[in-house]
Design a protein around this ligand. Structure first.
Ligand SMILES: [Fe+2]
Length: 188
């Protein structure tokens, strides 16, 4: 039987208490998602294989919904901001929300039929991610980007399509400002 529970979420650190699980994604695991994997290698040679982001989950067994936090480190690979893997949901009718707690970033999205959108990530903005939109977060700031995600427990992740084809857009620094540009390597 499921019981109600208050879960403490620290908007500054992303700590979730109680949590049911967590994982860390190292920069090396994201190497091939960047425009220049060679620059990822150079970054790791200089700074080590840093934790690019951490996910902390509250996923009660038997529930229909779950939530948690993602804590993204700040950083850049060349002119490209640190990013998450990016995914569609495995279940095609499942959406999600991302409610930013601290830091600043951009949420890159594209739909299966070719639309691309960007949603600003900053405290106070809760992003609506409809079903069948691939989504990737980027940290465009100099501090950790912390956001609360919430979705159905069966939404699942389809990472393969984004890993193979890339995202339609990239977030890069141009003239000192975050700028979204088309990804010339996106495989149509
Ligand atoms: Fe998602």
């Amino acid at each position: 039987m499921l019981f109600p529970q208050g879960v403490a979420i620290d908007g500054a650190t992303g700590a979730v208490s109680p949590a049911t699980g967590r994982y860390v994604k190292k920069l090396s695991a994201l190497r091939d998602l960047y425009a220049s994997p060679a620059l990822v290698d150079a970054f790791i040679a200089e700074h080590g294989d840093v934790n690019a982001y951490e996910v902390i989950e509250y996923r009660p067994e038997g529930s229909d919904i779950c939530f948690g936090t993602t804590i993204m480190a700040p950083g850049m690979i060349g002119d490209e901001y640190f990013l998450t893997r990016g995914h569609y949901h495995a279940k095609k009718d499942r959406g999600e929300t991302y409610y930013t707690q601290s830091g600043e970033g951009l949420l890159l999205l594209h739909s299966r039929d070719g639309e691309a959108r960007v949603v600003e990530m900053r405290p106070g903005i809760c992003a609506f991610i409809p079903p069948e939109w691939a989504h990737r977060s980027v940290n465009t700031g100099t501090t950790p980007l912390v956001f609360v995600w919430m979705c159905t427990i069966d939404a699942g992740h389809d990472y393969g399509e984004v890993a193979t084809r890339g995202m339609r857009q990239r977030a890069v620094e141009q003239d000192g400002r975050p700028t979204v540009v088309d990804n010339p390597n996106y495989a149509t």
